[in-house]
Design a binder for this molecule. Structure first.
Ligand code: BES
Ligand code: MN
Ligand code: ZN
Length: 467
């Protein structure tokens, strides 16, 4: 990511940027006032001053001054700048920390390019002009950790499945963890997955065998810290298996590990920000392939907790691998809280459209806190019910449940998962829809959005250490 730094002085050699309604000194100030650029968040008005200095001035609308407006402004500004253009943004004297955080997040998030994109990353720098930067350093650090996490989640999700095998993804986690103190990683493979019957069944059809990754951040010097477990669906490609997907539905299925990407990135960010809570990311990684060794409709799977599921549609593979991970969390980690993120059902988009995740939780306070974190972070979710009327649909004649019952898709998946959380406080986010953007939109770039990483970081940042 290109550098963002603080400075006290305007420099005429750089492009000047000013929030709409703010003033600049001298002739430029008069020109900007006369221009009266739009104050709508995300609008940018450009003043060209050929053969004078500064040669360009941008007036950026920031809306009502909330963080979201600053984030939209940052995104619009970076899109208006050339890749090699050095710029300075003059902040109002009374700007809150949230302005710096939102602006920096918007600048970095909208500047994202896939790590092997044909177009190289932008090289121009940005300076925030403030008289005293000390009040803003933390906000900038938060934005940096958040954008770094979103970039990583997007990179992992955008990576083609030919490269992104479960082993490759596990290696990425090991490599990222090695760059930060306080993190431990365990990767389970082969015989070590004996109790993970769901993960073995789903991964069994692929030449690239499954992995189970446990990444943990332990804060130094916090006595018995609260322990949050983040579980993320990590299907590196979802063909649907024997219950194969139609071609259009399969096209984007490299993104089916977006939940895993988000929980890994958020856990790394917890280390970057040294958050005073213990965070463990669990990711079952597998490719749902079609082959002679793929699991079949009618097969009965034994999960980590010994309970069984009858596979009634091998395209409902996400809940099968997540069941093992959730049971592992409940038995082995005894967490205070479990948050599950998964690109779980097409029904998410049918119910809530392209930008909103479906939120499920029996705990209203947790649901409210997650929604608030999402709103602050710029990611939307909407709580859906888990009506017990539908539980009967899960009944199987030969196992504890079936995997793909009739009924409302996203809700049924949540009802399936419910059993595996044990008595831990939990929430589940079906993020199939917002994990991908068909075109650039505000701080989102075309392709993987990294959805969930930003919300998780916000939420984790609200928790204090000891319980
Ligand atoms: N990975 C898909 C869900 C999905 C669909 C994610 C579209 C992103 C965009 C999931 O594994 C799936 O196939 N779900 C099925 C479940 C059904 C068979 C019960 C679905 O939603 O159709
Ligand atoms: Mn599927
Ligand atoms: Zn899937």
């Amino acid at each position: 990511m290109f550098p963002i730094a603080f400075t006290e002085a305007l420099d005429e050699q750089r492009t000047w940027i000013v929030p709409a309604g703010e003033t600049l000194p001298g002739d430029v100030g008069a020109e900007v006032t006369a221009l009266s650029g739009s104050s709508k968040a995300g609008d940018v008005t450009v003043l060209q001053r050929p053969s004078r200095r500064p040669a360009r001035v941008l007036v950026a609308g920031v809306g009502d001054g909330h963080e979201a407006g600053w984030r939209a402004a940052g995104a619009a500004i970076v899109r208006a700048l050339d890749d090699d253009e050095h710029a300075q943004i003059r902040l109002p004297d009374d700007a809150p920390e949230a302005a710096v955080r939102g602006l920096a997040e918007g600048l970095w998030l909208a500047a994202y390019r896939y790590r092997s994109a044909p177009r190289p990353p932008r090289t121009g720098t940005v300076e925030f002009v403030v008289s005293d930067s000390s009040a803003y350093a933390h906000g900038l650090a938060q934005a940096h950790a958040t954008a770094t996490a979103a970039w990583l989640a997007r990179d992992l999700t955008n990576t083609p499945a030919s490269e992104k095998t479960p082993a490759w993804l596990a290696d990425q986690v090991v490599a990222e963890a090695a760059t930060r103190p306080g993190l431990t990683v365990t990767v389970l493979a082969g015989d070590q997955l004996e109790r993970f019957g769901g993960l073995r069944a789903v991964g069994g059809g692929s030449v690239s065998p499954p992995r189970f990754v446990e990444l943990s951040w332990t804060p130094p010097g916090v006595e018995s810290p609260r322990h949050v477990v983040l579980v993320g669906k990590g299907i590196t490609f979802d063909t649907g298996g024997i219950s194969i997907k139609p071609r259009d539905a399969m096209k984007l299925m490299k993104k089916d590990m977006g939940g895993a990407a988000a929980v890994i990135a958020a856990t790394l960010a917890a280390a970057d920000l040294s958050l005073p809570v213990r965070v463990t990311a669990l990711t079952p990684l597998a490719e749902n392939a079609v082959s002679g060794s793929a699991f079949r409709p009618g097969d009965v799977i034994t999960h980590y907790d010994g309970s069984t599921s009858e596979n009634t549609n091998s395209d409902a593979e996400g809940r099968i691998v997540l069941a093992d991970a959730l049971a592992y969390a409940a038995e082995r980690l005894r967490p205070d809280l479990v948050l599950n993120l998964a690109t779980l059902t097409g029904a998410n988009a049918v119910a809530l459209g392209k930008r909103t995740a479906a939120l499920y939780s029996p705990d209203d306070a947790l649901a409210q806190a997650l929604k608030a974190a999402g709103t602050a972070a710029g990611e939307q979710m909407w709580q859906l019910p888990m009506p017990t009327d539908y539980v009967d649909y899960l009944r199987s004649d030969i196992a504890d449940r079936i995997s793909a019952p009739q009924g409302p898709g996203s809700v049924m998946a949540a009802l399936f998962l419910r059993d595996f959380f044990g008595d831990t406080t939990w929430a589940h986010l079906d993020m199939s829809a917002p994990s991908w953007a068909e075109s650039a939109d505000g701080e989102l770039t075309k392709g993987a959005t990294g959805w969930g990483a930003r919300t998780l970081i916000r939420y984790l940042s609200t928790l204090d250490g000891s319980q």
